[in-house]
Design a protein around this ligand. Structure first.
Ligand code: FES
Length: 133
């Protein structure tokens, strides 16, 4: 702790007092090469502190949002499928992974998608209830 105290209270003030900082902006133009060289460590240290501070407060970049639908009817603004309930038959499976080549019906493409991505999507299965007598 004594070393830190000595650096802050003695060494740093002495170092800063001996920096060749001109009293006006025109003074920068009159500085010699050796004065510029002696100023470089200070400018580098201040630049590094500013850069690290800005990076720390900048935070994470926003996550890029990816579409769910990668290829189905991309030319339309919204994919809407209508099915007459009378045409459903006894059982039908509708795709919910947006990877089916028979969209909106499921063709099993969700299995490959799940294997490749670790996802767990599957179809919506509509099944007619057995008539009870
Ligand atoms: S193919 Fe998409 S849920 Fe089966």
């Amino acid at each position: 702790m004594e070393v830190i105290n000595r650096v802050i209270t003695q060494s740093l003030p002495n170092y800063l007092a001996n920096l060749p900082v001109p009293k006006s902006f025109i003074g920068f133009a009159r500085m010699t090469v050796s004065e510029w060289v002696s100023l470089m460590p200070f400018v580098g240290a201040v630049s590094l502190i500013v850069y690290v501070s800005v990076q720390a407060f900048k935070g994470k970049p926003p996550e890029k949002k990816t579409p769910v639908n990668l290829k189905v009817m991309k030319e339309t603004g919204k994919v809407v499928n209508m099915v007459d309930i009378e045409d459903l038959g006894d059982k039908v499976s509708y795709c919910r992974c947006w990877r089916s080549k028979k969209f909106p019906l499921c063709d099993g493409s969700h299995n490959k998608h799940n294997e490749e991505t670790g996802d767990n999507v599957g179809p919506l299965v509509l099944k007619r209830r057995e008539a009870t007598n």
